[in-house]
Design a protein around this ligand. Structure first.
Ligand SMILES: [Zn+2]
Length: 60
């Protein structure tokens, strides 16, 4: 799996973090994450990024 796979899921992962997905989409993304370590790692990276941004903004 390469960049195309990541590009395809990146938006969904960001939507998941930002709580912008409808319930069906959330279920689909979560099901994918259970089978795809690559996207799971990507999600963890996004979470880390979001936390550091929150810290910079003085929220965390
Ligand atoms: Zn994936």
């Amino acid at each position: 799996m390469g960049w195309l796979h990541r590009a395809r899921w990146a938006e969904a992962l960001e939507g998941l973090l930002d709580d912008e997905l409808d319930a069906g989409r959330v279920a689909a993304v979560l099901a994918h994450l259970e089978e795809c370590p690559e996207c799971l790692a990507e999600l963890e990276e996004l979470v880390r990024l979001q936390r550091s941004l929150a810290r910079l903004a003085g929220v965390g």
